[in-house]
Each structure stands twice: as C-alpha cells, then as structure tokens.
Design a protein around this ligand. Structure first.
Ligand SMILES: Nc1ncnc2c1ncn2[C@@H]1O[C@H](COP(=O)(O)OP(=O)(O)OP(=O)(O)O)[C@@H](O)[C@H]1O
Length: 322
C-alpha cells in the first residue's frame, strides 16, 4: 500500500537507546539516544544534522530496524521497523557511508544481481548511465575510488524503486561533477514522491537539499524546521552578518577587534583568511576599509553573508569539539 504524499513515512518519538556494556565505564551501559524526535514525509528531503558522536548513525540504524530500541516509538511506513517483515525492507532503500558492497564483485554484475531480487526493478542501464557508472562497469569494487563506490551504492539503493531512501553522508568523497549529478537525482526522486532522509556534516549540502532539518545534540533533538525557519528563529539575520576577507597572513586582528571594530568578533580563521561576525553596519565597513588603507592592505577577496545554517548549528551544538 502506498502512503499518501503528505503522510509521514517515518516518525520517531522520544527514542531512547542504550549501548554497551562500556569497558571504560566499569561495564555500565551508556545512553546514546536520550529523546530523539524526527518526522520525515514523502516528497521531501529531511536532513538529520549533528556533530560527531551526536547519535545520527544510531538513530538511522534504529529507524531502519537494524537495532532494537530501549524507549520511545518508531514507525517506518506505518510499521515497527525492528519487527517488520521482508516486504517492508523491500520498500526501503539504504545507502550507507561505507557502501556495504562486496569487494570482489563488479559494478554492473552486482546491480543486475540486486535487480533480480525485485519484481519491478528500475532498469540497471538507466541507473548506470545516470550515475556515470559505465566507465568503471567491470572494475572490481575493491579497486574503485571512494566516490565511485558511493555512486554505485546509491544505484544499489535505488534499484528496487524504494518509497523511502536513507542516505548517510551522500556527497562524501564525491568530486564536484558527481556531487551535482547526485544532487539533481535526489531532487528528482523527491519530486517523484520519495521520502528521503539524509545525514550530513556538510551544512552547505543540507542548505541546498533539505526541505526540513532536524538537529540532534548529545542524543536529543534540539531544533527542527526549514532552513529559513531555523535561521530566523535562532537570531536576527540583521544582527548576524559575516564578512570574510583574504589578505596577507598575520594581520593584527587584536588591534582591529579592540579598535574600530570593538563591538564585533574578529578572527584569522586560517592563515590569511579573516572573518568579522556580528551586527555589521555601513560605518563598520567604512572603518574596516580605512584600517586597510592606513596599512596599504588590498584584500584579494571580500565577501559579505547573512547568517547561515552553519551558524545555527554551531550556536546549538557548541563551537568546541566535545
Ligand atoms: N555499541 C556501542 N557501545 C558504546 N557506545 C556506542 C555504541 N554505539 C554508539 N556508541 C556511542 O554513541 C554515540 C553516538 O554514536 P553515533 O555513531 O550514532 O554518532 P554519529 O552522530 O553518527 O557520529 P559521526 O558523525 O561521528 O558518525 C558516540 O559517542 C558513540 O561512541
């Protein structure tokens, strides 16, 4: 039975997951997920964002029925994924980051093998052409580059015409051309009505692809909304501008931050790459230009941007590594 287009294809409520026993904790269990809420709809791309160790992979594995849960509720296409039968699995496509591909198989032979498991698979040739697999069709999988494996894993996930597609870091290892192809395909699949759930570390990917975003931190959902909603709900765009410029390394940013731009944050994020963040006014720009002129500095690039999803993410999940 097809789920109507505006129905959720995945709902997660108050998900709790304990793992262990952990040797470093005297053999105690550790609470990895402590209240994850997440809803994905058909015809939408829903992104799950979180820092390293926030619980993204564990959440997806529970949602796919690969792990049991210790509390809360998960419904995937209306069923409990952990207890579901093979029929539910045939309606779900999964592209894991590592690919899970057999190393000695060859790409097209593998896809033809996977296609034989379904009653009405997508034509292998169509996916091979679309994802640029033809040029390495007969190369053993162990010899493929990371990006080639990634495209093959995507083809394998799509072959059974899934209704729900899980993508773990879909652009990992892809060159700009492949990334473009994969992004166009994801948008088309969304328009065909698939419910697409992706995890990513790349805020730019989420900003480009996601209709709806969930941010998890330390095993809990801490924010959700469209990218625009998240940006506007966590700070005024007028107050949060970012100016970046490139110039010679080692400029005296302390003098700049304690002088003409004293109410703004100024940093040299990488050698020769500077950022000025805060409620920037036209006067600040004039003061900065005057500071450059006094020192005969001509930046090789100057860029002004509003608050981004990355700012929201860093505000919510902290700016330091935990
Ligand atoms: N079986 C386990 N035993 C102990 N700890 C675990 C187990 N599985 C996961 N964890 C811990 O749970 C936390 C969440 O892990 P998870 O892999 O879900 O995070 P993630 O958000 O996918 O991270 P990343 O972005 O690095 O892939 C981590 O601190 C991890 O070490």
């Amino acid at each position: 039975m097809q789920v109507p287009i505006d129905e959720p294809c995945l709902t997660i409520k108050g998900l709790i997951k304990d793992c262990g026993p952990v040797a470093g904790l005297d053999g105690k269990m550790i609470r990895v997920l402590a209240g994850v809420d997440f809803t994905a709809r058909r015809g939408s791309v829903t992104a799950l964002l979180g820092a390293n160790g926030a619980g993204k992979t564990t959440t997806l594995e529970c949602a796919q029925g690969l792990q049991s849960i210790d509390g809360g509720e998960i419904r995937l296409l209306g069923q409990d994924p952990y207890r579901a039968d093979a029929h539910l699995r045939s309606r779900v496509g999964v592209m894991l980051q590592e690919g899970g591909l057999p190393p000695s198989a060859r790409p097209v032979a593998l896809l033809e093998h996977v296609a034989r498991m379904y009653e009405a698979p997508r034509p292998v040739a169509e996916l091979v052409d679309r994802l640029g697999i033809r040029s390495f069709a007969d190369t053993g999988i162990r010899r493929l580059s990371g990006g080639q494996k990634q495209r093959l894993a995507m083809a394998a996930a799509l072959i059974g015409r899934p209704e729900v597609l899980f993508l773990d870091e879909p652009s990992a290892g892809l060159d700009p051309q492949s990334r473009q192809i994969v992004f166009e395909l994801i948008s088309e699949l969304r328009d065909e009505g698939l419910g697409i759930i992706l995890t990513t570390h790349l805020m730019d990917d989420a900003q480009k692809l996601a209709d709806y975003v969930y941010i998890i931190d330390a095993g809990k959902t801490v924010a959700s909304g469209t990218v625009a909603e998240l940006i506007s709900s966590t700070g005024s765009t007028a107050e949060q501008r970012l100016l970046t410029f490139d110039a010679e390394p080692g400029l005296d940013v302390v003098a700049l931050a304690s002088g003409p731009l004293h109410h703004l944050e100024v940093e040299e994020a990488a050698p020769g790459h500077y950022g000025v963040r805060g409620a920037l006014t036209p006067h600040d720009l004039a003061a900065l230009a005057a500071w450059w002129a006094e020192r005969n500095i001509l930046p090789s690039s100057v860029h002004m941007a509003s608050r981004t999803l990355e700012d929201v993410f860093l505000d919510l999940s902290g700016r330091t590594i935990r």
